[in-house]
Design a protein around this ligand. Structure first.
Ligand SMILES: C[S@@+](CC[C@H](N)C(=O)[O-])C[C@H]1O[C@@H](n2cnc3c(N)ncnc32)[C@H](O)[C@@H]1O
Length: 176
């Protein structure tokens, strides 16, 4: 049986971007929108909704499944030139070095413990000030990561929760 991945509804992405603004996204950086990154970007719908909700300068997506990546590419070339999509396993990319990274989204309802650990370690390597929006899973605060709030959201698999975390400490190095 094929594994079916779900998606977060557009209105919930908008609500999450509003919540991020309430937590200080945009407050310190003047008019520049910075970068948003989706770990496991699927067909690119979350990034499109994020670009419509907030003036990010660029939206990066990393997706491991070729078909989903190709669909995202087709969609992005029609409607959105700010998208930078890669077909890759995010465990093999230093995504924490994404220039001017402000927000990382991760729809992790089907992620196992090892994959969650990859997300946690990667966030530890991000610059202080980066937000993580984690959907359908959770991380413990610690290692420079603070949970700010939880929000109910709507997804294609039903109601779920998003958690917003903030990177408040200086980044870990690759050696840590
Ligand atoms: C639930 S879907 C979310 C899709 C997208 N974020 C959205 O909300 O529209 C999770 C995605 O993560 C991708 N994924 C899982 N493990 C991955 C990995 N190690 N590297 C890159 N993508 C991965 C899956 O192929 C799937 O497309």
């Amino acid at each position: 049986m094929a594994l079916t991945f779900g998606e977060i509804m557009e209105e919930s992405v908008t609500a999450l971007c509003c919540a991020l603004c309430g937590e200080g996204l945009g407050a310190a950086q003047g008019s520049q929108g910075g970068a948003v990154l989706d770990l496991g970007s699927g067909e690119g719908r979350l990034l499109q909704a994020a670009l419509e909700a907030y003036p990010f300068d660029v939206a990066h997506g990393i997706e491991i499944m070729s078909l989903r990546h190709q669909r995202a590419l087709l969609r992005s070339c029609v409607v959105e030139s700010k998208m930078r999509l890669q077909l890759a396993d995010f465990r093999k990319l230093p995504w924490w070095h994404t220039p001017d990274l402000r927000v990382v989204f991760c729809v992790a309802n089907l992620f196992d413990e090892d994959l969650m650990e990859e997300v946690h370690v990667g966030l530890g390597r991000c610059q202080a000030g980066v937000f993580l929006v984690l959907i359908g899973n959770k991380l413990c605060s610690g290692g420079g990561l603070l949970e700010l709030r939880q929000m109910p959201i709507r997804t294609s698999w039903g109601d779920d929760w998003a958690r917003i975390y903030h990177r408040y400490d200086s980044p870990l190095t690759e050696m840590d």
